[in-house]
Design a protein around this ligand. Structure first.
Ligand code: SAM
Ligand code: DTB
Ligand code: SF4
Length: 335
């Protein structure tokens, strides 16, 4: 059984990245099978509950108010608008509903509405996730009391590369938010973005940071940069797809019991690369036509690809017709 470690060294992680691809994939698959059914994929659906005009300067982001990205801004949505989207996500087969806001951190004025969203989405039988920026300890506790299951807050990149991407909040601020979330008893969802012009050493640094947290995040989103025209990273050359697959495999090996999410960037990814990512241990995706502001793979295309690969969506807590959508006979029975 692969052990859960929090003392990964840079040399160890670099050696994993440098393995011949078949060896890396074999190791990732062995680890994956010790903790998960490799045919089962968890699906979350995203909704932007407050869009654009963000004061932060994250150089990849469509929603920063500092860049002319042509995005339509939207105020905090009403609860009924959120519930309508959550019901649709449930119908599509998502087990978790993730609500994101373009905030540096939630204001006290908005907290009651946000807490009510958690309660009511949860009442639909969906797991809840929120990503609202930095949280203090009290805010994390109130979200936990409302029943929030997951909080997404990404480290984004290595501590060394971080200053080239974001200057308005510190790496330590992110680690503090993750501490508050963990201490409140909410499951941590934390990962990062690759393909922002960083070197492999930064990808190693990011994955080491995540794997050496006091507890591994329950969910680790690996985003491939979606280049947004108008942002400082809008013209960056795309990361090599095999290097991306290596990132997924190394994340799987370092954090054996965590869900590794093949996150943003799937829309422009070939079916073969996605298949390699699942083979490398990715076992979670965003399902739905939209991420926060950009397009995601079409749900029908996802269902077809999963069926071709013999994979199926992980069961949600609520009764769904999901199992009827991907016929059982199309799925491989795990050993
Ligand atoms: N405003 C909150 C925050 O940043 O903490 C929550 C929303 S923010 C959009 C959530 C995450 O989405 C970011 O940390 C980043 O990792 C990811 N993200 C944003 N824009 C992206 C892009 N263009 N390509 C890939 N990932 C992106
Ligand atoms: C995460 O790691 N990726 C998601 C979610 N957490 C909030 C966001 C991806 C955003 C992609 C760009 C956009 O749609 O604006
Ligand atoms: Fe704002 Fe989040 Fe975008 Fe950064 S990533 S600009 S904090 S919405």
């Amino acid at each position: 059984m692969s052990s859960i470690r929090h003392d990964w060294t840079r040399d160890e992680v670099a050696s994993l990245f440098a393995l011949p691809l078949p060896d890396l994939l074999l190791q990732a698959q062995q680890v994956h099978r010790q903790h998960f059914d490799p045919a089962s994929i968890q699906a979350s659906t995203l909704l932007s509950i407050k869009t654009g005009a963000c004061p932060e300067d994250c150089k990849y982001c469509a929603q920063s108010g500092r860049y002319a990205t042509g995005l339509d801004k939207e105020k905090l949505l009403q609860i009924e608008q959120v519930l309508e989207q959550a019901r649709a996500a449930r119908e599509q087969g998502a087990s978790r509903f993730c609500m994101g806001a373009a905030w540096r951190s939630p204001s006290e004025r908005d907290m009651p509405q946000v807490l009510e969203m958690v309660r009511q989405v949860k009442a639909l039988g969906l797991e809840t996730c929120m990503t609202l920026g930095m949280l203090d300890a009290g805010q994390a506790e109130r979200l936990a009391e409302a029943g929030l299951d997951y909080y997404n807050h990404n480290l984004d990149t290595s501590p060394e590369y971080y200053g080239k991407v974001i200057t308005t909040r510190r790496y330590e601020d992110r680690l503090d938010t993750l501490d508050h979330v963990r201490q409140a008893g909410i499951k941590v969802c934390s990962g990062g973005i690759v393909g922002m012009g960083e070197e492999r050493q930064d990808r190693i640094g990011l994955l080491m940071q995540l794997a050496n947290l006091p507890e591994h995040p329950a969910s680790v989103p690996i985003n491939r940069l979606v280049p947004i025209p108008g942002t400082p990273l809008g013209e960056v050359e795309a990361i090599d797809e095999i290097e991306f697959v290596r990132c997924i495999a190394v994340a799987r090996i370092l954090m054996p019991a965590s869900y590794v999410r093949l996150s943003a960037g799937r829309e422009s990814m070939s079916a073969s690369t996605q298949a390699l990512c699942y083979t490398a241990g990715a076992n979670s995706i965003f399902l739905g036509c939209k991420l926060l502001t950009t397009d995601n793979a079409e749900p029908d295309a996802d269902r077809q690809l999963l069926a071709r690969l013999g994979l199926r969506l992980e069961a949600a807590r609520a009764p769904l017709y999901r199992d009827a959508m991907i016929p059982r006979h199309a799925a491989t029975t795990p050993a």
